[in-house]
Design a protein around this ligand. Sequence first.
Ligand SMILES: C[S@@+](CC[C@H](N)C(=O)[O-])C[C@H]1O[C@@H](n2cnc3c(N)ncnc32)[C@H](O)[C@@H]1O
Length: 270
Amino acid sequence: MHEQLGRADVAGLGAPYAEPRKIESLSDCYFYHTMDVPGHGTIAGEWDLRGREGEYLGHFDFAGKRVLDVGAASGILSFFIEKQGADVVSYDLSDEFDWDIVPFEVNDNKAARESRRNHLRMINNGYWLCHEAFSSRAKMVNGVVYDIPTSIGSVEVSVFGSILLHLRDPFLALENAARITDETIIVADLSPYSKLKSKFAKNPKFMPRGSDPHGITDGWYRLPPLLVEEYLRILGFEKARIEWHKFTYGSQERWIYTIIADRVRPKRNV
Ligand SMILES: C[S@@+](CC[C@H](N)C(=O)[O-])C[C@H]1O[C@@H](n2cnc3c(N)ncnc32)[C@H](O)[C@@H]1O
């Protein structure tokens, strides 16, 4: 019976796709990315990837692929990948799930988690507003990255754009996506070291400071590319290349690396 369905339909059987939301007002949204949205013009966000999405994603050719965009936020990468002719599943938290807050004993972590959930609702709203404005067919699944449902079905490619740094267990996150990824994992992230120093460095940089409980509470590790490469090799994505870019975030120029890692043999463990 399944032979008569498209591949995405087969994969989608039982998949917990989120119901698209009708968003009436920009004031219900938060934009993580600066986006040019049909009918709404340019909406300013924290992070401007416009025109450089392809570079950020390692110049990968997504045409004809089924792709999981992990940590989609406002969706700029999902919509870019879809435009290249891919079938996209966006994945992100929603207001039903908790961010990996750094649980400083002296902080009110319950309140911080609650406030994140409200923020996530507005981020999700921004995604849905764009989804409609771009007439996107991308699907959204909400959940934590350590629990990516296998009912999504197989994808050829998984993309991790600037999410690993927010996780207390980045290896587990990659392992979860690897279970359903047949060909390639792409990781784009902020480098802890310069391009030159990263040739040798394998130690992650732990970001929160015990002495500064009001400093970084939403991020954990900046992972050097050699370490991420090692993680991916362990998970079966053994053939990797790295690209480097400089992006401006806030007022600072930062080194971002993109790893494009391919399986060299079919996956064994699901
Ligand atoms: C910095 S944004 C990255 C957005 C986009 N991928 C990019 O590369 O610009 C990080 C995204 O990861 C999501 N995220 C953070 N922690 C997560 C978790 N534990 N599980 C699932 N998604 C998470 C956030 O909600 C957010 O949308």
